[in-house]
Design a protein around this ligand. Sequence first.
Ligand code: 2E4
Ligand code: SF4
Length: 334
Amino acid sequence: MLQTLAKPPLTLRLCEPRGFCAGVDRAIQIVVLALKKYGAPVYVRHEIVHNRYVVEGLRNLGAVFVKELDQIPDDGQPVVFSAHGVPKTVPAEAQRRELLYLDATCPLVSKVHKQALLHVKRGRHVLLIGHAGHPEVVGTMGQLPEGTATLIESEEAVAAFEPLDRENLGFVTQTTLSVDDTAGVIAALQAKFPALTAPSSDSICYATTNRQDAVRVAAPQADLFMIVGAPNSSNSMRLVEVASRAGARDSCLVQTAADVPFERIHGGMVLAMSAGASAPEIIVDEIVNSLRDRFDLRLELVQTAVENENFPVVRSLRETPLEARDMAFVNGER
Ligand code: 2E4
Ligand code: SF4
């Protein structure tokens, strides 16, 4: 007689909020709408968001990704700037070349740009807390006149920093940092420079904060915490760190279902999963399904916030209608 073997049990804590934020949704919509309005090719400077699935999907629709504007021919087609923001020299060069450009910089990144500029206007030297080389840091630094800002990467960098005028300092941060690490750096700055001026509101954005909060709640005693995201995605990498620090026994980044480390997953374990702000929900779905194929899966939702943010696209694209098919892609098929 044929006997069906019962699948081993597995618990999966699924974080909410996870995945696409309002800034990512808007940036992808801008590329999709530009393709509808202007036809292919639509050039995109830098990965629109740090995710291969999104980039490949847009490439299939006719987007052409470039590193710099000098790779774009004068063919009258538009160029979109990525969600991470660009130095001021980039729109200036686009204007000089009379390129049609659409800025997909997240409004919350633009807000940090404004806060940094305000520090400069008020005569303060800007301390930008962030990671060297990240496009958002390059973009924020590139808003400010030469010599008016210093990048601070760590508490050690605070100890080493000696300003010309310690009474006139202001800080801003990258939007996707670890909330806890950044609090440490800010505390060190405030202890050393009591006159330091904070921005009018936190630079770390709502989406970064919410995703880290949910991971912190889901992590204790989880045997393995998987974060869906890309290695060049700052916010996703921070979630992997938060998971380990908050008590997960093991944590890792997975880009697709093919990266799930099944050799480390056994019946009876407690898994947890979240996704970075640039990771589409379709990849989360694929991973859940691949776990369900092998295990008797018990899903537990760990919800710590409800997000209702929605950032409208640039005015010139608002009249272009998005069809349900476009929206499915924009929303990561959630
Ligand atoms: C812009 C600002 O900055 P990060 O590397 O986390 O970007 P990613 O593309 O992964 O996420 C979207 C995004 C874009 C986040 N903040
Ligand atoms: Fe904007 Fe925050 Fe999303 Fe970055 S993570 S795109 S700053 S909402």
